[in-house]
Design a binder for this molecule. Structure first.
Ligand code: UDP
Length: 261
């Protein structure tokens, strides 16, 4: 049976075409995509699941906040408009098959892979969780496989997922997104440890920023005062991954700190 959702603020029906980890995805009558940011949260490739009040609202509002800032700074994005408190209208794109991860600090899977002796850390990076990575680093992982796995640029090119030129563009634009978000967050006493972004191609071949950006689901945010004292105080999905307290409260705190002066 086809699923339909009628947003009160919208004058047409939308067909449910997909369910992500945290968002439901609808196709609007005019061909646009509508995201519904739900309160769902999952971690460890879907093995851990829950729902937290207001999570959808916070992530939707933060994604809108960053899409506006990035757009003004010249980063092309798929954002069109926010729809109600948890909906977002975006351009219908062909999503590229890789996720792009930018890291400013050692955390998450990078630290895990280092501890498992699978990888070396970048040059001049101390071997400890929370260590800064001078100049940052970029990684690609698969998007459309059951489990996200790191992929090399050679593998991406050999599989004909993307050209060298397209990869170069992703590198440049992700670095620019990092510079904009990093400096903005530092003014709010927040460290952007790492983040994930996705991109999609328009029918004319142009690649633009897709999915969501700058939300606690897709970034690691650390309180800078705690960091200076030697603690990693997370205001992001690590609260859920590592059972570090009340996720709704952490998400609300990061929302307030980022958006309120
Ligand atoms: N990330 C994400 N979606 C994914 C994988 C990672 O949004 O499917 C984000 C994650 O929240 C973190 C960054 O990308 O901010 C780097 O994640 P990492 O590779 O360390 O994996 P994790 O340990 O977070 O699963």
């Amino acid at each position: 049976m086809t699923n339909y959702l009628n947003f009160a603020v919208y004058d047409y029906s939308m067909k449910l075409i997909g369910k992500g980890k945290a968002k439901d995805i609808y196709l609007a009558d005019n061909g646009d995509i509508i995201f519904e940011f739900t309160d769902r949260i999952t971690a460890f490739d879907g093995a851990k699941k829950a729902e937290y009040a207001n999570k959808g609202k916070v992530c939707c509002a933060l994604a809108e906040y960053w899409f506006n800032i990035l757009g003004h700074e010249g980063v092309p994005t798929h954002f069109k408009e926010k729809v109600g408190e948890t909906g977002m209208r975006v351009v219908n794109l062909k999503i590229l098959p890789v996720e792009v991860i930018w890291r400013n600090y050692v955390a998450g899977s990078l630290w895990r892979r280092y501890e498992n002796k699978e990888i070396k850390l970048p040059d001049d990076t101390e071997a400890r969780e929370g260590a800064p990575i001078p100049n940052g680093m970029l990684e690609f992982t698969t998007k459309f496989e059951a489990i996200d796995r790191p992929v090399t640029t050679q593998e991406i090119i050999d599989a004909k997922w993307m050209t060298e030129k397209e990869l170069e563009y992703l590198r440049d634009v992700t670095g620019k997104i990092n510079s904009i978000m990093f400096s903005h967050l530092l003014r709010k006493n927040i460290i952007l440890a790492d983040f994930k972004v996705e991109f999609g191609k328009k029918t004319n071949g142009k690649i633009i920023l897709a999915d969501e950006v700058g939300t606690p689901d897709g970034c690691r945010f650390w309180d800078r005062n705690a960091y200076i004292k030697g603690e990693l105080h997370s205001l992001d999905k690590d609260v859920f991954r590592k059972n570090k307290g009340d996720l709704s409260a952490a998400y609300l705190e990061i929302y307030n700190r980022i958006t309120k002066d």
